[in-house]
Design a protein around this ligand. Structure first.
Ligand SMILES: Cc1cc2nc3c(=O)[nH]c(=O)nc-3n(C[C@H](O)[C@H](O)[C@H](O)COP(=O)(O)O)c2cc1C
Length: 224
């Protein structure tokens, strides 16, 4: 199976803490996933690699032939992926705006009927737990339901080195088991969802919202 790991940080300044602390967390997740789920692939999606401009125009708002190639390429990756690892810092108790902005460019039909795993981190003691709560709602609306186990990394600069390895004196086994719990859930749900997608095409069974948000309204509420 193929997995995408979305990284949430584009912060390239300091203070506070080292810039792009999230890269360490992302690298730790990638290393773990490649080691313990080696039959699958995982690719890092870094928002800094995408020039999506300051004016918001989502992928689904373009005529097919006019879609910027970068946006189209990422849409295809999202569509082809079997699951997602979503790594976000906590900014003001919320998920990263850069991550939300990137994800908002793509319709739920590309993400849906596949699972996701939420990974948050911070320089502080809560590891982004408050951002993670909001991410459950966000990812659920995209249709890539988050697995129950979440990964929170408090004081991430005191846990992971720049290459994603745990720092000396840190409980490496404990962190490995902690990451493993969420990623094992992700793999289990992803393989189940893939098998079921092969059995029944969910996009045929349940129509995607292609035209207007009012398609999701309860009957009789069209004027509200
Ligand atoms: C705008 C902003 C808001 C922040 N809000 C929080 C917060 O709500 N909770 C927290 O624990 N840390 C917060 N921090 C500190 C971050 O955890 C810390 O800067 C971390 O390194 C951010 O990840 P990044 O370096 O990958 O961008 C905030 C940092 C910034 C820049």
């Amino acid at each position: 199976m193929q997995f995408l790991l979305f990284l949430g940080t584009v912060r390239d300044s300091t203070p506070p803490s080292p810039p792009r602390l999230g890269l360490r967390v992302a690298k730790a997740c990638m290393t773990h996933f490649r080691r313990f789920h080696e039959e699958h692939s995982v690719e890092l999606i870094d928002p800094l690699d995408f020039d999506i401009g300051s004016i918001f125009k989502p992928h689904f708002a373009y005529a097919r032939s006019k879609t910027p190639s970068e946006l189209q390429a990422l849409a295809e990756k999202i569509d082809e992926a079997d699951g997602y690892i979503v790594v976000s810092p906590e900014y003001n108790h919320s998920m990263s705006p850069a991550l939300a902005h990137l994800l908002n460019h793509f319709g739920s039909s590309l993400f849906s009927y596949k699972p996701s795993a939420i990974v948050t981190y911070s320089a502080g003691q809560w590891g982004g737990a408050r951002a993670a709560v909001g991410m459950r709602t966000f990812l659920s609306e995209l249709g890539c339901l988050p697995v129950s186990a979440m990964i929170q990394v408090p004081k991430a600069h005191e846990v992971f080195q720049e290459d994603g390895a745990v720092l000396d004196g840190i409980d490496e086994k404990g962190w490995s088991e902690y990451l493993g719990r969420a990623f094992s859930q992700l793999e289990w749900w992803a393989s189940g969802a893939k098998a079921q997608r092969g059995h029944i095409d969910p996009h045929r069974l349940v129509q995607d919202f292609k035209r207007d948000p009012s398609q999701r309204n309860a009957p009789g509420n069209s004027e509200i």
